[in-house]
Design a protein around this ligand. Structure first.
Ligand SMILES: Cc1ncc(COP(=O)(O)O)c(C=O)c1O
Length: 413
């Protein structure tokens, strides 16, 4: 249990902020307003301490040691697996594989599952995918002649579910969809997407990189085959990501990478793989980072999550209300069911110029294509400005962001 559970009765944002040392710094002589959380979130003291303590007091390689520190490190590392399983509502810790991040986890599934695919087999993606859930499937298109089909996204930023249902054929083997868009904030209907995929005998993966941060996730309720997320957006370290695989998928899939840790026995004639999930964790893992992810999950669990998510949502509403009043504004992602991510453009102002000028006022936002070229193409824009919110952000920061945006705009137009 961390300190903020004692101090945050309803939702005490000041107490929460005090846990994030970086939030008190200045940028360009102004108090930092950090609205780039969807790219990577800041870290609470509990996570910083957990990682530093590994390096300071209990660092050793995991799994194969016969000494005390190796056992301590292994225990702490495996404890994160148990916490991650509980966080996602997974059946067991053995359904969780640690990867470098969401990108790595999706590559694992595409590469391993992809081995069974043949020319003409079909994979369904959506127009709102992050490149990390597109490029690994393009590899299979290039290498094997797999066909990629695309679920269209409507003007408001919702998936066209009717079109989705129409994409299936008897060759459809896999569906891979973002649970929450990193550009639009749209939360996609995971249970319905899963139900339809399974009706057609296709497996389904959700890229939960943003969803795991901005909404409660329960993979057993969704019923999906695979779910991935990344630690650094969940207030944890980078270098630690997660793949959940339902049921006996990990037993059925071939390993992704070969090396130490993923074997039971190696001879000149062959190899016997380690039991799952270790079969998918070749080489020395990101030990301190995975332990830090465990601390991040503890930290999130200790939050009043409902209050924290409502707070984020109120920041989004305040920001979108202010943005709507700006002449020439175009807001992307207008569905009701969305996470705390606001994307926009202003006529006549390049997103990069706006972001760079806002930085002069201490406001950190992201501008560009957000690793989502097909979505940018769908909307006919080169990029957007994106402000993404975390529970440690405040209404005053939203006002400072709007003020900086007005100043930046008046400089450019
Ligand atoms: C929706 C989504 N998927 C995947 C990723 C990739 O995450 P990582 O770089 O941690 O692998 C991101 C990162 O921005 C994302 O927002």
């Amino acid at each position: 249990m961390t300190a903020h559970t004692k101090t945050v009765a309803a939702f005490d944002v000041d107490a929460l902020r005090a846990e994030f040392p970086i939030l008190s710094r200045q940028v360009n002589g102004k108090p930092l307003v950090y609205f780039d959380n969807a790219a990577s979130a800041q870290k609470p003291e509990a996570v910083i301490e957990a990682v530093a303590n590994v390096w300071r007091t209990s660092y050793a390689n995991v799994h194969r040691g016969l000494h005390t520190m190796a056992n301590e490190a292994t225990e702490a590392f495996e404890a994160t697996r148990t916490k991650t399983a509980a966080f996602l509502g997974a059946e067991a810790a053995s359904n969780i594989v640690f990867a470098k991040g969401a990108t790595d986890a999706i590559n694992l599934v595409a590469s391993s599952f992809g081995q069974s695919l043949k020319e003409g087999d079909e994979v369904i993606l959506s127009q709102m995918e992050h490149h990390s859930n597109i490029v690994p499937w393009h590899f299979l298109r290039e290498q094997k002649g797999v066909v990629i089909k695309w679920i269209p996204v409507d003007e408001n930023g919702a998936l066209d579910m009717e079109a989705y249902r129409g994409l299936f054929t008897e060759r459809t083997k896999f569906v891979s969809i973002v649970h929450m868009s990193n550009v639009l904030g749209t939360a996609n209907p995971a249970e319905e997407l899963t139900r339809v995929a399974h009706q057609h005998g296709a497996a389904i993966l959700f890229d939960g990189t943003q969803a795991a941060v901005h909404m409660p996730v329960d993979v057993s309720e969704i019923g999906c085959d695979f779910y991935v997320f990344t630690g650094h957006k969940l207030y944890g370290p980078n270098g630690a990501g997660v793949l959940y695989a339902a049921g006996d998928w990990l037993d059925r899939l071939p390993p992704y990478q070969g090396g130490g840790e993923m074997i039971a026995e190696v001879s000149e004639d062959g190899v016997v793989y380690a039991d799952v999930p270790h079969k998918f964790e070749a080489g020395t893992p990101a030990i301190a980072d995975v332990i830090g992810l465990g601390a991040a999950i503890d930290w999130v669990n200790a939050l009043d999550r409902t209050a924290a998510l409502e707070h984020e949502r109120s920041l989004l509403d305040r920001a979108e209300a202010g943005l709507s009043e700006i002449e020439g504004i175009r807001l992307f992602g207008r569905t009701q069911n969305k996470g705390a991510i606001a994307s926009f453009l202003i006529d006549g102002a390049h997103p990069h110029d706006l972001a760079q000028l806002m930085d002069k006022y201490g406001v950190a936002v992201r501008a560009g294509h957000h690793c989502a070229h097909p979505l940018m193409k769908r909307y006919g824009v080169p990029g957007t400005v994106r402000a993404s919110f975390a529970p440690y952000n405040t209404a005053d920061e939203v006002d400072a962001f709007l003020e900086a945006l007005h100043k930046a705009k008046s400089f450019l137009i």
